[in-house]
Design a protein. Sequence first.
Length: 200
Amino acid sequence: DVGVTADGVFVLHHDVTIDRCSNGTGRIDEMTYEELLSYDFGSWKGEQFEGERLARLSDILDYCKAMGVVLELDLADETRFDRKWIPSLYDLVKEKGMLGQTMFTATQDELERFLSVRRNIIVSISGVYDMAAARRAVALKDKVTLCNFSVPHHKLTSEICDFAHESGVKLKSWTVKTQQEMDKCLQMGVDYIITELPMM
């Protein structure tokens, strides 16, 4: 998940605030990156992670490029931050030479507004909850490289799965927490599964 600090530094952090995953409090977009460096973002996860700092996107892009890793940048929840910075995010990824190794995950509306005018980007459409949304997502194929669209496992239907595959689009489902949910996804031919239980 991408956020931006008060001084315009792109960071990777799931929450709008740092309260849950650090020893500090406050909103990321109301603090400078220098301020955020004073907090510990690892201890909440375990002693072995003590002292971890908030990840800066430019550093992660450099690492992924060097290692040949594909990075997924999730912009999906447009209510979390003011999204005026999305074009600048695109420019950073392009500047780092990572457009071909970065997948942008966003809602249909965000892609229409900010990203669909730019070619050579790989996208994952989130918020596909029904067939109408699936049809809208597939319609973007002519504007961007559509890698997949993402359906919460409880909204997954055979109709959506079949439509995605007939359209040449991969299907991602999330967040799978039980063996029964996993079995359903596998039976329907889901291509990517996000789970909190990777041992399944």
